[in-house]
Design a binder for this molecule. Structure first.
Ligand code: FES
Length: 121
């Protein structure tokens, strides 16, 4: 089940920019554009740069390392729309920015064998 997680106080993200936050073991980039918040997986799918550190223009963020551009609205890679990075719903509750993540897949006995069987440890 997905749920909303507290990320930061309103005001922690300047208008027209993004900021990266560690939340529940993930890095999320939160953007404030024209008074509306957006959230993306902060790791660039190319080589892992923090997208939130990139230049933002017209609802697109340019990766600071190699300038791949992603839609802040839905994570689409604007130079190849077949590829996306994850985007997340955002809300503000009592002055706190919250982001909704999908539920993580629970491990079960039918999944991959434990590392002790495959990692040589
Ligand atoms: S790491 Fe983002 S474009 Fe290369």
């Amino acid at each position: 089940m997905s749920q909303f997680y507290k990320v930061a106080k309103e005001g922690a993200v300047p208008e027209g920019e993004g900021r990266a936050f560690a939340v529940e073991g993930r890095m999320v980039g939160v953007y404030l554009l024209d008074g509306e918040y957006f959230a993306l997986n902060d790791f660039c799918p190319h080589m892992g740069a923090s997208l939130a550190g990139g230049y933002v223009e017209d609802h697109a963020v340019s990766c600071p390392w190699h300038a791949w551009r992603f839609s802040v609205k839905d994570g689409t890679w604007l130079d190849n729309p077949k590829i996306k990075t994850d985007s997340y719903p955002v809300r503000v509750e009592d002055g706190i920015i919250e982001v909704q993540f999908p539920a993580r897949k629970e491990a079960s006995s039918g999944d991959a064998p434990p590392c002790s069987e495959t990692c040589g440890q």
